[in-house]
Design a binder for this molecule. Structure first.
Ligand SMILES: Cc1cc2nc3c(=O)[nH]c(=O)nc-3n(C[C@H](O)[C@H](O)[C@H](O)COP(=O)(O)O)c2cc1C
Length: 398
């Protein structure tokens, strides 16, 4: 597939926006200082290449191979690109397990995002069944006594069949850039997103497109971003998933990268060459949240369920989210999950803090429904870049 260019759709989670002090001038100075060698070391000219990105080329191989499902599964979205999945391949089924080592600590104390992420992988695997000649049948949480065993996908041979959502799997990327404020979304976008919600999923979409509702949720998101930065534990757990060096990206193959930040090529090059401190990163994240993510969103969406702690509902939410993002990709729409408010709500619950965001959010929600994932959408203004992935073999249990 196409890659290595900013015109190629794609990019990773939020931050790496800590490029406040980086300017065209500083890049010029770096060049003048003879930093070409460092540029090569830091992958300035090698965006989207190397072992960390190989999974994007391996996803679609011909033949009836159960590993095809794993290869599509690892391309799913996951919170902070943690990829919290492990697979075991049986004779006629694949088991999916949560990998507790890949949690986000106080950023996800109730494991909401981990289970939503696992649901995203389930959906990619289900979509990959028919193109490789398998009919999948999914059981979520097949053994309630084993909370880490999140899904069993039974496979029976079936005629090969392709789908537009499957074709979108390698083109789906989180877009953290500015969206086009001059081109609002029509009603068909909310309808199309809702069309991805299965009747039995127990998931509901709250659509916030009016100026008033966008201001309320956008304002809360900026406040929640400040609260995360001001909370030393959350700030540290958040930053732990940032990958700052090219060698680190190539060995870990996970996390949030500069290339995924939605920044301009110049700023990305400067950040790679000069590095960014945690403080710069946080300043940039706050600024991008306020001036780009919130300011240019055409609409926000929030996926709701009745029981926010129910693992099956969380997995269903991930399945729905993955389908929505794939559908948006087929329509040329830009999408970015935006979960700072929900991360603060979970933190409030887990740490016994005053329910500031819990109460503020409750005012926006229908009675009896709870948020599991929030996102923004709109029309893109630029391309996105690939985020790293561990290949299926690295996540396979033997
Ligand atoms: C449950 C969940 C929560 C996420 N929350 C955020 C978020 O708050 N901000 C953000 O920029 N991206 C968020 N993401 C997007 C991930 O960071 C992204 O999927 C990951 O970095 C891989 O990149 P890709 O989607 O481009 O493949 C979230 C994804 C999931 C599944």
């Amino acid at each position: 597939m196409e890659r290595g260019s900013v015109d190629n759709k794609p990019v990773g989670r939020r931050r790496f926006l800590g490029t406040a002090g980086l300017t065209a001038g500083s890049v010029a100075v770096a060049g003048a200082g003879g930093l070409t060698w460092r540029a090569a070391q830091e992958g300035v000219f090698a965006t989207g290449t190397g072992p960390a990105y190989a999974a994007w080329d391996q996803w679609d191989r011909p033949g009836r191979d159960m590993l095809s499902l794993l290869r599509a599964g690892v391309l799913a979205a996951s919170a902070h690109n943690t990829q919290p999945w492990l697979f075991r391949v049986g004779r006629d089924h694949i088991d999916l397990y949560a990998d507790p080592r890949r949690g986000m600590g106080s950023m996800d104390p109730l494991r909401r995002e981990m289970y939503v992420s696992l649901g995203c992988a389930v959906e990619n695997m289900v979509l990959a069944g028919p193109p490789s000649g398998w009919q999948p049948a999914v059981t979520l949480m097949p053994d309630p006594a084993r909370v880490g065993h999140v899904a069993r996908i039974r496979l029976s041979p079936a005629p090969v069949a392709h789908s537009p959502l499957y074709a979108a799997v390698p083109k789906r990327h989180t877009d953290r850039g500015a969206y086009d404020t001059g081109r609002p979304l029509g009603a068909e976008v909310a309808a199309g997103l809702r069309g991805q919600i299965g009747a039995d999923s127990g998931v509901r979409l709250l659509w916030l497109a009016s100026e008033k509702s966008r201001n309320i949720f956008g304002g809360l998101t900026v406040r929640a971003t400040r609260a995360i930065i001001a909370d030393p534990r959350q700030a540290a757990d958040d930053f732990a998933w940032y990958r700052t060096g090219w060698r680190q990206i190539q060995s870990r193959k996970d996390g949030i990268t500069i290339d995924a930040s939605g920044q301009s090529p110049l700023i990305r090059a400067a950040a790679k060459l000069l590095g960014t401190s945690r403080e710069q990163n946080q300043d940039g994240w706050l600024r991008a949240t306020r001036d780009t993510h919130v300011a240019t969103a055409a609409a926000f969406g929030i996926l709701l369920v009745r029981d926010r702690l129910d693992a099956v509902r969380r997995l269903e939410t991930g399945r729905v989210w993955q389908r929505m993002h794939l559908w948006a990709t087929t329509r040329g729409l830009a999408v970015q999950p935006l979960n700072q408010v929900l991360e603060r709500i979970d933190r409030e619950h887990a740490a016994g803090l005053p329910p500031h965001f819990t109460d503020a959010m409750a005012d926006l929600l229908p009675t009896g429904w709870h948020p599991l994932l929030a996102f923004r959408t709109g029309r893109p203004t630029a391309g996105t870049l690939l985020s790293p992935r561990r290949p299926a073999e690295d996540a396979r249990l033997t």
